[in-house]
Design a protein around this ligand. Sequence first.
Ligand SMILES: [Zn+2]
Length: 93
Amino acid sequence: MNIKRGHTVKILAGKDRNKTGKVLSVNAKTGRVVVEGINIVTRHERSKKAGTKGQIIQLPGPMHLAKVQLLCPHCGKPTRIGLVCKHCGKEIK
Ligand SMILES: [Zn+2]
């Protein structure tokens, strides 16, 4: 697992293709990542108490790691997941 929380990634597939966002969480078990502002899913939260309104909550949904590409935090270019960016030669942490 080379993509970590806080990395910036580019979306390669789906409705948010070509967008970039920050990784909010990585689930190594399922191979999925949650990226800020990407793959938004809407949830309707039912009201728990009588007389109060339910809420609509929008959250970024998990997506498969294969659909994102790591961007170098130094030069912003897509890079192979590795330790050193091939564009600027800087280490990716
Ligand atoms: Zn770079």
